[in-house]
Design a binder for this molecule. Structure first.
Ligand SMILES: Cc1ncc(COP(=O)(O)O)c(C=O)c1O
Length: 329
């Protein structure tokens, strides 16, 4: 692992990367280590839906941090981390879920400096680190961390398949010791046979060949998605431009709760994740997440065309309802 992580500029020793049961287990262990029931954890808005469920299970609440186009907003983060009840910051700087976007190196340094100033540990979710399909690698926070505050989670779920249930956590010093002790207390060990097979696959070069193919597929599917969105969505729709990973965030021009569009979209044969799922307070959202994981270029074109029709029809229906005399009273 340390050789592979070296590609991202991470200089941890081999013993500072610990295999675990997917990134989810790493997140859970880090939350257990850093928090107690009643604490708060800072999260970007929007954020990964399952982490919000994990908070609920541990008696934690989310402390929302606003984002701009480059990731967590530094002023917002500074304010949130200053609160005494906030015990950790969970962040996805590369190929964010649900936005698909990545935070620049400059902003990563700022984020880390803020976390250091407040002495708040950072849980860095690198679940799709291996899936960059264009541009240069940006060092993860863990590569920039001098203070030993960052726990980096990595996963094979997205580059291979979720059922492989292999990920890793990378940490140093006392944080590493705490995580390893908790891991032992939780499940003693992982499925070593599977890990040995995976290790062979990686060492043989098979994994890198697979990644090269995946990146080509992702590049082509995202290009198809760009074309389809430009062709089919109403004017004023905005979408992100990811450099890696599967997901894409689309924001509709009107103040609509995308949850309301889902049944009709499903009838038209297209599914999406409504933005509300990724909001710590479950507020309605005019955003939605699309993924290119299970659709090829043709399916993407057809699906987005169908989605565009649903969005346009719902806009027209709202405008018609708005024109009815009674609605102006
Ligand atoms: C942001 C993020 N982190 C972690 C995970 C889970 O990873 P794993 O399957 O390795 O537990 C997912 C899965 O979708 C995810 O989207």
């Amino acid at each position: 692992m340390s050789e592979r992580f070296g590609l991202f500029g991470i200089r941890h020793g081999a013993e500072e990367h610990v295999l675990c049961h997917g990134a989810s287990q790493g997140i859970s262990l880090a939350l257990h280590l850093f928090t107690q029931p009643g604490d708060q954890v800072a999260v970007e808005v929007p954020t990964y839906a399952n982490v919000l469920s994990a908070f609920a299970g541990l008696g934690l609440t989310a402390a929302p941090v606003a984002m701009d186009d480059d990731g967590a907003d530094p002023d917002a983060l500074d304010r949130v981390l200053a609160k005494p009840g906030v015990k950790a910051f969970y962040t996805i700087p590369s190929f964010h879920n649900p936005l698909g976007t990545s935070t620049s190196l400059e902003r990563r340094k700022q984020i880390l400096a803020i976390a250091e100033r407040h002495g708040v540990p950072v849980i860095e979710d690198g679940f799709e680190l291996d899936l960059r399909f264009r541009g240069d690698e940006i060092p993860p926070l863990a590569a920039l961390d001098e203070a030993g505050l960052v726990v980096l989670l990595f996963s094979f779920s997205k580059s291979l398949f979720p059922g492989v249930r292999v990920g890793s956590l990378s940490a140093r010093g006392r944080v590493l010791e705490g995580l390893v002790a908790l891991k032992h207390a939780t499940d003693l060990s992982d499925a070593r046979l599977l890990q040995a097979g995976l290790s062979r696959f990686v060492r043989s070069g098979g994994y890198d060949r697979h990644l090269a193919r995946m990146r080509k597929v992702l590049r082509s599917r995202h290009a198809a998605l760009d074309d389809a969105l430009a062709a089919s969505m109403p004017s004023g729709t905005r979408w992100t431009s990811p450099d890696g990973g599967y997901q894409r965030w689309v924001e509709l021009p009107e103040a609509v709760d995308t949850r309301d569009l889902l049944p009709e979209a499903a009838r038209a044969g297209v599914l999406f994740s409504p933005g509300t799922l990724f909001m710590p307070d479950a507020r309605p959202s005019n955003g939605l997440r699309l993924t290119v994981a299970a659709a090829n270029e043709d399916e993407i074109a057809r699906g987005v065309a169908a989605l565009g029709e649903v969005v346009k029809r719902s806009g027209e229906a709202r405008r018609t309802a708005g024109r009815r005399p009674g609605n102006h009273l």
